[in-house]
Ligand binder design. Sequence first.
Ligand SMILES: *Cc1c(COP(=O)(O)O)cnc(C)c1O
Length: 369
Amino acid sequence: MKSREGIPYTKPSISQLELEYVADAMANGWGENCYEYINQFERHFKTYIGSEFAIATSSATGALWLGYAALGISRGDEVIMADINWIATAAPLIHMGAKIVLVDIDPVSWCISPKAIELAVTEKTKAIVVTHLYGNLADMASILEIGQRYQIPVIEDAAEALGSMYQGRRAGSMGEFAAFSFHGTKTLTTGEGGMLVTNNRELFVKASTLANHGRSAQETKQFWPSVVGFKFKMSNIQAALGCAQLERIQELVDRKRQIFSSYREMLSDSAGISMNPESPGDYNSYWMPTLVFDSESKLSRNDVMAKLLAKGVQARTFFWPLSQLSFVDSEWDNPIAKLIAARGLNLPSFHDMTLSDQQMIIETATGKL
Ligand SMILES: *Cc1c(COP(=O)(O)O)cnc(C)c1O
């Protein structure tokens, strides 16, 4: 395949190790070995996160769907989440007939606001979903306390936060369950793929059964589903890629942090730009370096994007508020979500980019080129 000109917003780092593991899975990972890499990937992943159970899936969307279903969410239930989110967090719930309750974000973390959650809780609230946006960490202490007080499970969408830590605890280790994504744009990739992690054995057993077309691990009869399930499994070949990437996870995260800190340094004399925060005691894996232009900034998001795109640099807009989508009820008005979505921009970040790529990007963005 030919590589194209320009700078993508992200792409994976594939070393000799990944090539070796995938080649081994393709040559030998069949018959009685057909789950070897899947089992290894789940085992190593849950150790890394510090969770008791893990289920490899075909995507984070699939992992969320399994977890939501295992929690028993159904028609008419309400699930609270931030208005700023990728659609994947909401889509399974919409399919299930649940109602997504969209609340405002915190102006600093850009993640769901605990105060807004508290105002949205009703008797129908079945879960709270926290998305650690762009690697940033939501205020988990306050959110877990609200969950406990109202006896509502807190779910983590940690798709963008592999490697991030909240006060020493890994993103994805704190909720009732968490979902991770290994899409080609994410910090660790399997091409497409995801993982559900949990410490709740009952939820794990239910989700495992659902993931395998409703066939329980205890069922002795062959081809005998006990419930209608899903087919959200990861292949052994994808898992081989995941195993290799996971061995390199600290190297991958270190590089994300280095890229972020170079951008921050290059922008240190540009006023009115906020970037991904890192509170004392937290550790941000900076999946997507993000700029939010304040009103005092001389730069506008749309101008900067246009300038970057003209140079072949793939900048990304901040996620849109879900409440603006045509198929979502628009009964919510979340001013901070609206403001930041209109002023935010993600910059490219990938393992093999160079310092001069970064310099060109920042000089273009700030109008020095
Ligand atoms: C990427 C992403 C997902 C979906 O991941 P898939 O593996 O593509 O299903 C879900 N939530 C967030 C926040 C994401 O960034």
